[in-house]
Design a protein around this ligand. Structure first.
Ligand SMILES: [Zn+2]
Length: 336
């Protein structure tokens, strides 16, 4: 058994360790909300090639992962990806898992109730005295994700710094606050369904790392020199980015994005993705049709193919975007 990544002493005996806190992401990935195709979507930073996450949720279409795999995923890969989102086996030990739980419980009990369930319309900024609790909680997400997710890269120095901070039994605000940390709170108003409009995913590029964490967006930096504004689908604001990047703070600041704005930004993103997705399947069919008939397919047939892939009924979520199903529908329509 491998050695635990946090303590570097004991055997990593724990299975099913969530590297993004389950209590936070669960409501977003809860497909009972009904909006299956929108949920658990991975994302990329469109102008950032290396920012694409190599993982996908069960409802994520082949088009979205194409950038990473260069092809549609196989059924096996889709099954693998959907096992338990954002969790791993045999990376940490039971003792360290208890450390994680304690950090998570502090946040879930003392801070989260002040955020969820409130409407912060007209409140662009929130300040909290619980800086230690907040920082440990969000830096824990960054640390664990950097260990568990190969698509999420931070420097070894930064990772080691985070490891020591999380492992320490005496959390020290000065040390914690030496890490620039920007957290956006995406004001989510309404019932559980509203959380399924949020998303969960990661990106990293250069020295930046970013986690979309349901109603939070986390950006942490190695040092104050490494703080860099990037445009992220309209969520970051160049005018206030530095202001909301906590560093050696007294109170922890969250930037709040109101419900309507958030819904609009995610919708713009998913519309763009949906169009990319259609383009992806069109290309598959056009290529196959040209190969066989040496001419462009009839538009009605082309769109029928795309619609069957994306909206066709009597198919499980697991199989919908598999290369096997795509090929079957393609053959059927080529012979139509
Ligand atoms: Zn350990």
């Amino acid at each position: 058994m491998p050695i635990c990544k946090l303590c570097k002493e004991k055997e990593a005996d724990r299975k099913n360790t969530h590297y993004l806190t389950d209590a936070i992401i669960r409501s977003c990935l809860n497909h009972n909300g009904g909006n299956i195709r929108e949920t658990g979507m991975m994302f990329d930073i469109s102008n950032n090639r290396n920012g694409i996450q190599a993982k996908f949720q069960r409802s994520t279409s082949a088009a979205v992962v194409e950038g990473t795999f260069g092809r549609a995923p196989t059924e096996e890969e889709i099954k693998q990806a959907k096992v338990i989102p954002y969790s791993v086996d045999y990376v940490f030990c039971t003792g360290c898992e208890d450390i994680f739980t304690a950090i998570e419980q502090d946040f879930l009990k003392q801070v989260l109730p002040k955020l969820r369930g409130h409407d912060f319309l007209g409140t662009p900024e929130l300040n909290f005295d619980e800086s230690i609790i907040i920082r440990r909680f969000f830096l824990l997400q960054v640390y664990r994700t950097s260990i568990c997710d190969p698509g999420f890269k931070i420097s070894n120095d930064f990772q080691e710094k985070l490891r020591k901070l999380i492992y320490s039994t005496k959390p020290d605000l000065d040390q914690l606050a030496s890490i620039p940390l920007n957290v956006i709170y995406l004001n989510t108003v309404g019932d559980d369904f509203e959380y399924t409009r949020n998303t969960v995913g990661i990106a990293s590029w250069d020295d930046n790392s970013l986690i979309i964490f349901n109603d939070f967006i986390i950006q942490a930096f190695d040092s104050i020199e490494k703080v860099k504004y990037v445009d992220f689908l309209g969520f970051n604001d160049p005018k206030t980015f530095a202001y909301f990047t906590n560093y050696q703070e007294k109170q922890f600041k969250f930037r709040v994005i109101d419900h309507e704005t958030k819904v609009k930004l995610w919708k713009a993103y998913s519309d763009k993705k949906a169009e990319q997705e259609r383009a992806f399947y069109r290309r598959i069919f056009i290529n196959a049709y040209m190969d066989r008939y040496n001419k462009f397919p009839p538009v009605a047939l082309l769109e029928a193919f795309v619609n069957e892939i994306i909206f066709g009924e009597s198919v499980s979520d697991e199989s919908r975007y598999s290369i096997e199903r795509i090929n079957k529908i393609k053959e059927m329509m080529l012979n139509a």
